[in-house]
Ligand binder design. Sequence first.
Ligand code: ADP
Ligand code: 5GP
Length: 192
Amino acid sequence: MSKRGRLLVFSSPSGGGKNTIINALRKRHPDWGYSVSVTTRAPRLGEVDGQIYHFVSREAFEKKIADGDFLEHEEVHGYLYGTLKSETLRRLKNGETLCFDLDVKGALHIKELIPEALLIFLKPPSKEILIERLRGRLTDSHEEMERRLERMDMELSLAPQFDICIVNDSLGRVVAILNEKIAQNAPTPTSR
Ligand code: ADP
Ligand code: 5GP
């Protein structure tokens, strides 16, 4: 697999801050790209198809699995999510730094396929704060939130397998530290 770009993979329990932190880092680095996954989840208010996800039916997703279109895919909270293979490899070949928002199993799967990937785990400061943040996001029903919280213990148990594990307390602090750690741990293709 020819790959000159960098893979920065972010995982956390739902509401742990992946989107927020990826967006803050990409503001500092406008040349960093975002890997747009395919999902069977319905769009949330304001989510535009092709920007954060490609929204498809379960049938269309299963056809993509059968066609071998995914680098990895997982079922999370009852929906299917997958990373497109050809798109990812094309962008890495072009030398892009690509940010991925993946569940813990997808992240570890990517690391197996591409060991240079840098895996970053965002830990919530506490379960209470995570619930507060999920509530504040106003995107999930009570049942949906419960389903998302059910996975938290499994997700936290896999955190030690990540390259970087950081508590997402103060946004400014976390973004500054990650910015530094990414520069140290994932050198740009030109500085390799
Ligand atoms: P994820 O993408 O992991 O599901 P989000 O990035 O959507 O999580 O964050 C969930 C909620 O928590 C959002 O409303 C976001 O604004 C808030 N949030 C994320 N990080 C912080 C932080 N460090 N301090 C305060 N609120 C945060
Ligand atoms: P959400 O529905 O909150 O956007 O995402 C739910 C979970 O699916 C999150 O943990 C997110 O990281 C994960 N996810 C999103 N895209 C992918 C993907 O392509 N592959 C995997 N394995 N997980 C994904």
